[in-house]
Ligand binder design. Structure first.
Ligand code: GDD
Ligand code: MG
Length: 360
């Protein structure tokens, strides 16, 4: 059976302040950590042993997942003292793999939601005797990703990570953050130093004429790297747009987890999730948002397209659109926060007595 490696050691800087205490893959989307959705999908595809390549806040993963028995898989943790980059992290777990030299090993970026057929990906890799097979998807704006042109037969002809000049935008096909590696190719990555699989290993394999295949799948795909993508991913899971066997409830307009309290007449909609211990008072509106554990949304507050982290408090009459409120922060009454605003952990925005609004 295919082994898998999950890369979960990144700093998640674009998701600050959410990632100041919790590593990105451990942030809950639709009520459970991103990693739990990924483990469930891998298990569904027949994977029984997963190695987590950790670095930033490594201990948090083991505290939650333990030996994996509760999730139906065997989990192994390998921690980098200093982050080794994506390629260095893959090389760093090589000693823990049980696969033979020609066996396929699945590798996942730890911040992606997708509906790709993993068995299909592995079958393509094996039947075409590939060194590496990359899962590719098409996006409107490929610039924040790795661009992967292929030829008519589906072989990868280049790899351009986060291109900076217009001439480099040669395709709308991008690296979707899941690969199958022939095990011996992992062993050939230089050990003990920082290596980027995107900037170093893939371009070198292509230049050397190795058999690198691109497997294009146009089903659901999302990288959870930015706050707005993070919110969207959670809502897509709740609404059933993104597939996951780990959803802790039925799909629907909202997901209110056990231990959450939602007052009479509160509106929870557009894929919102309300986590355990959170309170949404009567008359509050929560639409397309993530309300984490023990957060409090007061009567008359409105929260649209936002993330309210653990223990944060949104006071009466506050109105939030597309913002991130960090753990334990307090947004005082009548404050109006707009797209892109981020409230740092433990900070306090004073109550207002009159709303200041540009469109009032
Ligand atoms: N163990 C370990 N060590 N993991 C790491 C390290 C490291 O030093 N650096 C990054 N990671 C993990 C992150 O935790 C994340 O799960 C994954 O590797 C990818 O890192 P991101 O920081 O999320 O990269 P990105 O989103 O900018 O770009 C990558 O993903 C895109 C698709 O989502 C690249 O692979 C792109 O080519 C790709 O298009
Ligand atoms: Mg990413």
């Amino acid at each position: 059976m295919t082994e898998a490696v999950l890369l979960v050691g990144g700093q998640g800087t674009r998701l600050r302040p959410l990632t100041m205490e919790t590593p990105k893959p451990m942030l809950p989307v639709a009520g459970v950590p991103v990693t739990e959705h990924q483990i469930a999908r891998a298990r569904e595809a027949g994977v029984t042993r997963i190695i987590l390549g950790t670095s930033y806040r490594a201990e948090v993963f083991e505290e939650y997942f333990g030996d994996g028995a509760r999730f139906g898989v065997e989990l192994v943790y390998v921690t980098e003292e200093e982050p080794l980059g994506t390629g260095g992290a893959i090389r760093n777990v090589a000693d823990y793999l049980q696969s033979g030299p020609d066996d396929p090993v699945l590798i996942f970026n730890g911040d992606v939601l997708s509906g790709v057929d993993l068995r299909g990906l592995v079958n393509r890799h094996t039947s075409d005797d590939c060194a590496v097979t990359l899962y590719l998807t098409r996006v409107e704006d490929p610039r924040p990703y790795g661009l992967v042109p292929t030829n008519a037969q589906g072989w990868v002809t280049g790899f351009l990570e986060k291109p900076t000049s217009p001439e480099e935008i040669v395709t709308d096909q991008i690296n979707a953050g899941a690969y199958v590696f022939r095990r011996s190719v992992i062993d050939q990555i230089p050990p003990g130093r920082v290596v980027s699989v995107e900037r170093e290993i893939f371009p070198a394999l292509v230049a050397d004429g190795a058999r690198v295949a691109g497997h294009v799948d146009n089903g659901y795909w999302l990288d959870l790297g930015t706050p707005m993508d993070f919110v969207r991913g959670s809502c897509d899971l709740v609404l059933g747009v993104a597939p996951s066997p780990a959803l802790p409830g039925p799909i629907g307009e909202s997901l209110v987890l056990a231990g959450a309290r939602v007052g009479e007449g509160a509106v929870i909609s557009h894929g919102s999730v309300v986590a355990a211990g959170a309170v949404v008072e009567p008359g509050a509106v929560v639409a397309g948002s993530v309300i984490m554990a023990n957060a409090f949304i007061a009567a008359g507050a409105k929260v649209y397209g936002s993330v309210i982290a653990d223990g944060a408090h949104i006071s009466s009459g506050a109105s939030l659109h597309g913002v991130v409120v960090g753990p334990r922060a307090v947004v005082g009454a009548l404050n109006e926060l707009r797209e892109g605003a981020r409230v740092w952990p433990d900070t306090r925005l004073a109550d207002l007595s009159v709303r200041f609004s540009s469109d009032r």
